[in-house]
Design a binder for this molecule. Sequence first.
Ligand code: 5GP
Length: 199
Amino acid sequence: MLRSLDFMSKTSGRLFVISGPSGVGKGTVILRLLDLVPDLAISVSATTRPPRELEIEGRHYHFLTDEQFNQMVERDEFSEWCWVHSKRYGTPRYEIEPRIENGHHVLVEIDVQGAEKLRKEYPDLLSIFIAPPSEEVLLDRLSNRKTEPKDVIDSRLSHARHELSQKHLYTHVVVNDTLDDCVQEVNALICNFITEGES
Ligand code: 5GP
C-alpha cells in the first residue's frame, strides 16, 4: 500500500532514513542528532531475533515471537519488513505515522533493502548514507574483529560490501571522516529539509 505521506501537511513532521555499513559510526552520529534536532524521535524496529545481553525491550528493538510478527504482517502494521540473517526485522507503522501526523520528525536507521522499501512507501522522505573515508580501511577493520567466528565475519563483510555498492540510491552521501564534521553536515541536511517543508 503506497502511503506517499499524503497524510502529511505543512504542519506535519518529516521522515529521515539513515543507512551505512556496520562499523561506520552511524550509531554515534544518530545519538548526537537526537540532541541537536528538536522534536526528532528515533523509530524502534521490531524483530524476531532474541535480545542480546544489555538490549532492552522497546528501546533497542520490540522483540516479537514469530506469531506476533505474523499477526502484524497480516494486519499490514509494518511500513516495511525484511529477512536479515534468517530473522525478520520490520518498521512498525505506529513508530512513524502517528508521530508525523502530530508534527514530530522521525529518524529510521535501517539497512539498504529496508530503505528501498521505505522510499517506495514514503517517497517524500530524505535519505542519507553515512560512508567511511576509505572502504578498504572499513572492510579491514570488520575482518579483524577477532571475537567473532569466521562465518559471522564473512557475512558481515559481504553485507558491508553490498551496502556500500548501494549508496548512490540515497539523496545524500556524507563521509564520516571527522565525527564532528559528519554530525554537523547531517544536522544541516536535516534542518534544511525541515525548513523547506514549512515554507
Ligand atoms: P542486528 O540484529 O545486528 O541488530 O541487525 C541486523 C540487521 O537488521 C542490520 O543490518 C539492521 O540494519 C537491520 N534492521 C534493523 N531493523 C530493521 C528494520 O526495521 N527493517 C529492516 N529492513 N532491517 C532492519
